[in-house]
Ligand binder design. Sequence first.
Ligand code: BTN
Length: 247
Amino acid sequence: MSLIQREKLNIITLAEVNSTNLYAKANLADIADKTVICADKQTSGRGRFERAWVDLGSGNIFMSLVLKPSEEFKPFYSNLTQYFSVILCEILEEYGLKPQIKWPNDVLVDGKKIAGILSESVMQGHNFKGLVLGAGINLNANPDDLKQITDKEVTALNIEVDKSIDKTIFLDRFLDKFFASYDKFLEKGFVMIENDYIKRACFLGKEISVKGFNNTIFGTAKSINSAGELVLEKDGNEITVTMGDIL
Ligand code: BTN
């Protein structure tokens, strides 16, 4: 394990871990606010809705941000994944791509998933201890290895730009941009990124199915409200969806 301290930011690098999110949650009490945990290899990466996140090799990013913004949980902390997805799109645009966001926070290039984000809040009884914002970003994948992911179309930055990507440069750039506006996001919430999020949203106006833990809802994706929730129209009624996965 190595620990680098940048201005107000700690970076812990692990050679191998089961999951950077699990590591962050297990060690949360000893990890300072604004710590980034990166692993070269993840043996049990976890995704949303208890899916697995496949390790595509050490050239890719497996990281978790540990954030302790306040002593109490605030509902808009769940929008941090959307903030993350907007910042990530901005970085991918610097590589000449036109990334899009699939609600709530999947980042796609050409309809194929390039990154996924899993946010977990840590409670001790009723006390909020912090957030773990985990992300897998496909930077350098072998096209043959992508074939093992069969439930969705996926891609990687090296494939999209046809050259290998310097992981350190990418990560530094991402972290600089993420933390440059993070404090402002904590003041303003989703409205700060509303326009930037909506202009990259690839689902609006489409007939979609949204799968939650227990049900699937069909409808037309009408809008994203000021809380970052998805508003569907079905049979003339509006349904606000707070969590789920667009199929
Ligand atoms: C998803 O799209 O379902 C979210 C995927 C999140 C994967 C990342 S990889 C780093 C961190 N550690 C994990 O176990 N999961 C997240």
